[in-house]
Ligand binder design. Structure first.
Ligand code: TEU
Length: 535
């Protein structure tokens, strides 16, 4: 069992390529319009064929679905719409046989208010669950904190005559991580799944677990976004110094890490940072804390060599040379990558090239391998809580969660019933069936890129050199002895490189290459990974 990274022998989670399955929208098999575990089981060959080796399942547990599973009502059971514990165990076993590990979404900053822990906390303040949540007395909310989903972060609960903290929806009360019993209860839930063959957890907003013990007011944010945004959205108007990234978090992560390591499992933390810098995540990564953390700066970058290079540098530099980055192009919370970057398949392809050539673990969100576009929903169709609250200024996250597009027919091969979110109209042309045998498709490119990363030691664990932007829209860096060249611009870029035409191609976005004995010419959105000259 190896969990310590070393240059020669990378750990499985460093070699991994992770695919995020948003189960509700992946594959329905019983016609209720909601994806299920049986659907995932049937699609395992597709995922193995794509070349990913780890699946992260968005929450699978029972939930009233105020936040579509991110409000968990029971950590050791499975949502009836998805199946049962036995179905999940079967997925884990069959996935393993197909070379795929499964990690779960650990949503441990908060529970649903339907969770028995919360219900007992309300009804019996002196009982064993009395201090499981952050309760405070008073006529007014205990401090100025704002909910990520809008409004104040406190809700008054008349039955208990107290306020309870909710960093997200009012139906998602925050757990009190300063209670030792909470720590043990969460560790028990994790152990339950680790003993059933699960290979780790993606930890939802882990940097919010521990707050200032005195619950002090956050200071006001003084820049323009803070001042203006703060008028309608309290959360954005504050410096989040007291409601997250508390130093005491280290001890909790240490406990989780010790547990994970006894199962050769991985912990990947999701960082909340409305300033979109995310570098604060680096402090929580290390041998006695998380294996990996997310950093969404690249995802939020505008398309261009400089912003991309900046995003890559800031993450790699904050982690340091021994750190191991993650590269995320999208997920279920942000607009689809292909849409964000101008609705262009050539950009989607180049982003895939980058995700598979940067040093680190790539995360691929379901449907991005097809270049799925953001769904545009009518107001009445929006179900996401922040989307309903802030429409039309913010339309919420449903557009990134529309059903997976398997084929052209009605329901896109996702369901025979009425899908819980509308299928994107472009599914008639953009779908797995249309792309899987077309070597020019984005899907086939992802397969080639993941295969290249897996088979080329330089791409998998080669040292990454400085990320340079020498000319125009070119980003350039080395991975071991391999040169990575990425032209993000619409104009061609020429590069001098002796005997470029003799160097082996590790991965290329374009079919026919334009190179000579003197150098390379990269066309619009072309990426090229060239190995060293033969000895
Ligand atoms: O996300 C953290 C989070 O709040 C942001 O990514 C959020 O989606 C964005 O600011 C827009 O409002 C995690 C989960 O990924 C997300 O789906 C959950 O809703 C949230 O935590 C609460 O569990």
């Amino acid at each position: 069992m190896t969990t310590t990274p070393s240059a020669s022998q990378p750990s499985w989670w460093q070699q991994a390529a992770v695919y995020q399955v948003y189960l509700r929208s992946f594959q329905d098999t019983d016609g209720d319009g909601i994806g299920d575990l049986e659907g995932l089981r049937r699609r395992l060959p597709y995922l193995a064929g794509l070349g990913v080796d780890t699946l992260w399942l968005s929450p699978v547990h029972p939930s009233p679905d105020v936040d579509f599973g991110y409000d968990v009502a029971d950590y050791t059971a499975v949502h009836p719409a998805f199946g049962g514990v036995a179905d999940l165990e079967r997925v884990v076993t069959e996935a393993r046989a197909a070379g795929l590990r499964v990690i779960l979404d650990g949503v441990f900053n908060h529970t649903s208010d339907q969770h028995p822990w919360f219900q007992q906390s309300v009804s019996d303040p002196d009982g064993p669950f009395g201090d499981f949540y952050l309760w405070r007395d008073g006529d007014r909310p205990p401090n100025n904190w704002g909910s990520t989903f809008g409004g104040p972060a406190w809700r008054h609960v008349p039955e208990r005559g107290q306020w309870v903290l909710h960093s997200f929806a009012p139906e998602q009360p925050d757990l009190n991580w300063r209670s030792p019993a909470v720590v043990e209860a969460v560790l028990d839930s994790m152990r339950f799944w680790l003993e059933r063959g699960v290979s780790g957890f993606r930890l939802d907003v882990f940097n919010c677990y521990l707050k200032d013990p005195g619950l002090r007011d956050n200071p006001r944010r003084k820049d323009l976004i803070g001042l203006l945004g703060g008028l309608a959205y309290r959360f954005i108007g504050q410096e989040h110094v007291y409601d997250r990234d508390h130093p005491d978090l280290a001890a909790v992560l240490g406990r989780m890490r010790a547990l994970a390591d006894t199962h050769d499992a991985v912990l990947v933390g999701e960082t909340l940072d409305e300033r979109l810098t995310y570098d604060n995540a680096a402090q929580w990564v290390g041998p006695d804390r998380l294996h990996l953390a997310f950093h969404f700066r690249l995802l939020h970058s505008r398309w261009g060599a400089r912003p991309f290079a900046e995003a890559i540098r800031s993450w790699t530099e904050s982690l340091g040379p021994d750190g191991w980055p993650t590269w995320v192009l999208s997920n279920h919370d942000f607009p689809r990558a292909a849409t964000r970057w101008g609705g262009r398949d050539d950009r989607a392809r180049l982003a895939a090239f980058l995700a598979c050539t940067l040093r680190g673990t790539p995360f691929l969100y379901q449907g991005d391998e097809l270049g799925m576009r953001e769904g545009r929903l009518e107001r009445a169709e929006i179900v996401d809580p922040p989307g309903r609250r802030f429409w039309p200024f913010y339309r919420g996250r449903d557009g990134a969660r529309t059903p997976m597009q398997w084929e052209a027919g009605p329901g896109a091969g996702f369901t025979t019933g009425t899908p819980w979110l509308p299928v994107h109209p472009d599914h008639v042309t953009r779908n797995v069936a249309a792309q899987q045998d077309d070597s020019r498709s984005l899907l086939c490119f992802w397969r080639r890129a993941l295969a290249a990363r897996r088979s080329c030691p330089d791409l998998l664990h080669g040292v990454q050199g400085t990320v340079e932007t020498p000319d125009g829209e070119l980003v350039r860096f080395r991975r071991g002895d391999t040169d990575i060249l990425v032209n993000l611009g619409d104009a061609p870029v020429r590069l001098r490189m002796p005997r470029a035409d003799e160097r082996p191609v590790r991965l290329a976005t374009h079919g026919r290459l334009d190179r000579t004995v003197e150098g390379v010419r990269l066309r619009t959105c072309e990426g090229l990974a060239l190995g060293p000259l033969p000895a």
